[in-house]
Design a protein around this ligand. Structure first.
Ligand code: FES
Ligand code: FES
Length: 188
């Protein structure tokens, strides 16, 4: 068994210790918000927070993640209220959305250590590939997320998707509504 904390819940993976964390999260924990793009560390679609640092989960084995605190896109906030999530929606910095979870994770890590990044710092800190080319809006969104994080601005909540949270979470263990995720997880 390989034990770690995923989205504030203790998890034991009964898998080969060399299994990439990406596959454990997607195939065993059913946290499919973390995307499999290249599998070779190039695209960033698989990024998750490992002890607060944005890492490519296709390059991290579960043995290397043992005992660490993992946050996936599902755990970034319980209600899509993380400043990065709010700003990505408000700036319409999403097209197909495949790259978005990894970008949101990388941006959350950046905003946490530097809530007022320059455009250049954003380009350096967000290596993620986006085939739809959202890069210009991404800079605006991440700077706006920083303003929200610094409480210089507020963004109205995105409209609810019209799906009962219990229905949305039914097949996703990491999102079961009875499992409390701290409100401030990854958002300060
Ligand atoms: S799937 Fe991990 S970097 Fe592309
Ligand atoms: S929004 Fe489509 S790959 Fe980035």
């Amino acid at each position: 068994m390989t034990a770690m904390t995923v989205n504030a819940r203790p998890v034991d993976f009964d898998m080969d210790p060399d299994t990439p964390l990406l596959f454990a999260l997607r195939e065993a924990a059913n946290l499919t918000g973390t995307k499999y793009g290249c599998g070779t560390g190039d695209c960033g679609a698989c990024m998750v927070l490992v002890d607060g640092e944005a890492l490519r989960s296709c390059l991290v084995t579960i043995a290397e993640a043992e005992g660490r605190f993992i946050t996936t896109i599902e755990g970034l906030s319980r209600d899509r209220s993380h400043p990065v999530q709010q700003a990505l929606v408000a700036e319409q910095a999403i097209q197909c959305g495949f790259c978005t979870p990894g970008i949101a994770i990388a941006a959350a890590a950046l905003i946490r250590r530097n809530p007022d990044p320059t455009a250049e710092q954003i380009r350096e800190a967000i290596p993620n590939l986006c085939r739809c080319g959202v890069y210009p809006r991404l800079v605006q969104a991440i700077q706006r997320a920083g303003r929200v994080a610094r409480r210089r601005e507020t963004i109205s909540a995105a409209p609810a998707p019209g799906i009962d949270p219990a229905d949305a979470a039914r097949a996703v263990p990491g999102m079961r509504v009875e499992d409390a995720v701290p409100d401030d997880l990854g958002s300060d």
